[in-house]
Design a protein around this ligand. Structure first.
Ligand code: NAD
Ligand code: HSO
Ligand code: ZN
Length: 784
């Protein structure tokens, strides 16, 4: 029911003077003619245990509404004729609803006892004791004297019937109580004490309440998490959540989405519990208590004008989206986001040369600024080895490791964590990539007799030590592990080293480790970015120095590869500058818009710096409209929609009038991937001059080449397809030439050698031939 009386504070001074005693009433009347709205607000936030706040002398309806919207429970004696917006439940009168007392002139315990009744023969008052969360601790009795003492000392003080005396709770056990508030029951014959209990209330050991344990609820979770914040073991999951804000936020988003997707009662309660757990971790980490949250709920509940409640646009499910139709769990809460309008490609005509030129610019970051970031990283790793790697892993990947290397044989836990399904899928991909790359393996020695007695030969040798970089920043790419590892194995490289950034749990991807053991990799550098490249280029205490570094990666990886490639002291070559993924699709009106859209999006999802281009041949307006719609709909169903959205911002449809100009466009762009979704696609392959890899026909999505068909997916980007091939078996080989010249052979070419050497002014060269030819008697006597 609440107390039938409330203390009036007529000024800030009044508050300061009387609040300490009168706070136990849990209520207060504040005089708005002396206390401003702002002062009301700070009172409300400062005195959290005062639940019921009244305002008196409120003169106008705007102030009234502001007060009610900011935590005032009711207005006393407010002139309702000034406003129709205030519900009747928020108005009371001092003549009939509540007695307003003057704290300076009233004795609180006497006032309380005026209203309190008892039906007990011994004259005691039945008293329920609850904790600050309103959980019942037990039943006790109070006397007039104990009530007076409780109020004057601000403690839980009762009357002991067995000892027949005032009972100072905790006087012997030490389990004292801080008095927070008291209250009446509905007919004023029972008292409630709200206390903060130290230790246990009950005399039974380890029993917090006389009614047993509280069960595991929100408050228990809160206290467990508070304890974990201080005491959790360094490797516990909760500690990880406290330390890794990114992980915590990802989990909150994930659980929120799972709650949205949950259907039946069990599922909903399960997902809601998960969400609450992670939300609580966020509270405790930031020193916010459940009480603070309750206070907030109360304030919101007290608002007379509620928010309209519409969701922010980015959280609305787009029309046509079927996110839940396949029951699959998306991994971000924004998977169905429509923020920023529809996801559409820009459209330009191929005759508009300037527009095409602009559309074909790759979204590359300025090389110089990247280089200036990467150079010190490379230098540091070169000088400080493992220590520097570990520091960068901590800085960029937010993982503390003790060693940057995982050595073969790799721990079985990795392989054991994989399902047979994924192992089977990787095995099939490995087998196909192996088959295709074995077919490319050149083992024969080539011999050519260029002149009689001059035999030139060429023979292959594997590059001894190779370092394969497997990206792992935005996505785990075991497919890249096999695209590099398998040809290295096929080429018989003596040592294969992998490098890949560890996940937030400090572990590598189990799939990457699985591929590593399949291809005979000796060590995996658990690091990413420029530091991993530098470690493999120069070697460290634990990372072997390699002869060639291969593999794609982000701009830091690519820049570091270029840097070490140019440093002769590193003696390390690279495959190519393979950067952000890109695709160019050539389509005509016979192509299926859904197929085309899916191919564009499959590369757009790689990264915000990826680029996708559609070159259309005679596309009708209707086709372009349907295509744009398909792109938007499919994109909004992808978990990585926000990456896709950014990529599509710099992606374009180029409209051409014939196949020849379409291929001209494509050759000019020199895409990493070229997909031909045109009628009789095979007939057009002959028009391709520049491309990393070509995907021919409607049923050849690029994904097949990315994973399982057998071709390699490490391909030149940025237009380097003009001069580079994608990774292939010979990327892991070198070719040594040899020659064998007989006296007859020397006779056939010696004079030409001497002649050219003379032109070059290199007499030493000339002499090496001359000396031999003269001993063989192949030169005239006075030859000079
Ligand atoms: N062309 C191809 O054949 C091909 C194949 C697969 C992937 N890719 C491309 O590879 C790229 C992979 O990039 P990713 O970022 O996901 O993974 P990544 O492994 O290449 O890079 C992640 C690393 O970057 C480093 N890093 C992050 N922020 C940094 C900063 N501010 N300063 C210095 N270093 C920093 C960190 O060490 C981190 O480990 C994508 O662009 C993808 O399109 C290309
Ligand atoms: N398309 C990427 C090469 O540009 C390779 C890849 C890996 N996983 C998926 N795709
Ligand atoms: Zn891909």
């Amino acid at each position: 029911m609440g107390l039938p009386f409330a203390p009036l504070y007529s000024s800030i001074e009044d508050i300061e003077k009387y609040i300490n005693k009168y706070k136990y009433t849990g209520n207060a009347v504040l005089d708005n003619s002396k206390i401003s709205v702002e002062q009301f607000k700070s009172f409300i936030s400062k005195y959290c245990t005062i639940n019921t706040i009244y305002a008196i002398n409120v003169s106008d309806s705007n102030t009234a509404i502001e007060l009610l919207n900011n935590g005032v429970y009711q207005l006393v004696d407010f002139d309702v004729s000034t406003s129709t917006d205030i519900p009747a439940s928020r108005l009371i009168s001092s003549s009939k609803d509540i007695k307003i007392i003057n704290p300076g002139a009233t004795d609180l315990s006497a006032e309380l006892l005026k209203y309190l009744k008892t039906d007990r023969a011994d004259g005691l008052y039945t008293t329920v004791v609850v904790d600050e969360y309103e959980r019942c601790l037990g039943l006790v009795y109070s006397s007039k004297e104990s009530i007076e003492k409780a109020i004057s000392l601000g403690q839980g003080i009762y009357y002991s019937r067995s000892r027949n005396e005032v009972w100072y709770k905790g006087a012997t056990s030490g389990h004292v109580q801080e008095l927070l508030r008291f209250d009446f029951d509905c007919d004023g014959d029972a008292l409630k004490f709200v206390v903060k209990q130290s230790g246990e209330f009950c005399h039974v050991p380890s029993q917090k309440s006389c009614f047993g344990s509280f069960g595991y609820g929100f408050y228990e979770l809160e206290s467990v998490l508070k304890d974990r914040l201080v005491n959790a073991a360094p490797n516990s999951y909760t500690r990880r959540l406290f330390n890794d804000e990114e992980l915590l936020h990802a989990k909150i988003r994930e659980e929120a989405q799972e709650l949205v997707d949950a259907k039946d009662k069990d599922e909903i309660s399960w997902e809601c519990a998960d969400l609450i757990y992670f939300a609580f971790v966020k509270l405790i980490k930031n020193g916010v208590s459940l009480k603070d949250v309750e206070k907030n709920l109360q304030l919101k509940n007290l608002k007379t004008i509620k928010r309209k409640g519409d969701a922010k646009p980015e959280f609305l499910v787009s029309s046509g989206s079927a996110s839940a139709s396949n029951g699959s769990k998306s991994n971000t809460s924004t998977s169905t986001s429509t923020v920023g309008g529809p996801i559409h490609l820009n459209v330009v005509k191929c005759s508009d040369k300037e527009a095409v030129e602009k559309a074909f610019v790759r979204p590359i970051q300025d090389t110089e600024s990247i280089m200036s970031l990467v150079k010190p990283i490379v230098e540091n790793v070169k000088t400080n080895g493992d220590k520097a790697i570990l520091e960068y892993t901590s800085k960029f990947d937010k993982v503390e490791l003790t060693t940057p290397i995982l050595e073969a044989p790799f721990p079985e836990e990795y392989s054991n964590s994989l399902s047979d399904e994924i192992k089977g899928a990787l095995d099939l991909s490995i087998a196909n990539v192996e088959k295709f790359h074995k077919a490319q393996l050149q083992l024969e020695v080539m011999n050519v007799e260029t002149q009689p007695g001059v035999i030139c030969s060429r023979f292959p040798r594997p590059i001894e030590k190779v370092g394969c970089y497997i990206p792992g920043g935005t996505a785990i790419l075991p497919s890249t592990a096999l695209m590099l590892g398998v040809p290295a194995k096929v080429a018989n490289c003596k040592e294969i080293v992998f490098a890949s950034p560890p996940g937030k749990n400090g572990k590598l991807s189990a799939e990457v480790v699985y591929v590593a053991s399949k291809v005979g990799c000796s060590k995996i550098v658990m690091a990413g970015g420029a530091q991993a490249v530098a470690a493999m280029a120069y070697g460290t205490e634990s990372v072997p120095k390699v002869d060639k570094i291969l593999g794609p990666g982000n701009q830091f990886v690519t820049a570091a590869k270029m840097l070490v490639n140019n440093d002769t002291s590193a003696l390390c070559s690279i495959d190519m500058p393979a950067g952000p993924s890109e695709v160019l699709v050539i389509a005509d009106n016979t192509s299926d818009v859904d197929f085309v859209a899916s191919d564009l999006l499959s590369q757009a999802e790689h990264g915000v710096d990826s680029q996708v281009i559609l070159v259309g041949v005679n596309l009708s307006d209707d086709y372009v409209t349907r295509l744009q719609k398909a792109v938007d709909q499919q994109a909004n169903n992808l978990p990585r929609v926000e990456i896709v959205r950014k990529c599509i911002e710099h992606s374009t449809i180029v409209l051409c009038n014939d196949y020849e100009s379409a291929f001209e466009m494509s050759n000019k762009y020199a895409p990493e991937h070229l997909i031909l979704q045109i009628e009789n696609a095979e007939d057009y392959v002959k028009l391709v001059d520049n491309a990393g890899s070509v995907f021919v026909g409607a049923y050849t999505p690029e994904s097949c080449g990315d994973y399982s068909s057998g071709t390699n997916h490490t391909l030149p980007t940025y237009g380097y397809a003009r001069q580079y091939s994608g990774v292939n078996t010979s990327t892991f080989q070198k070719f040594i030439t040899a020659q064998y010249v007989t006296p007859k052979g020397l006779d056939n070419i010696g004079k030409a050698v001497m002649c050219v050497a003379k032109v070059e002014g290199l007499d030493g060269h000339r002499n090496a031939v001359k000396i031999r030819m003269s001993k063989l008697g192949l030169l005239p006597k006075h030859f000079v």
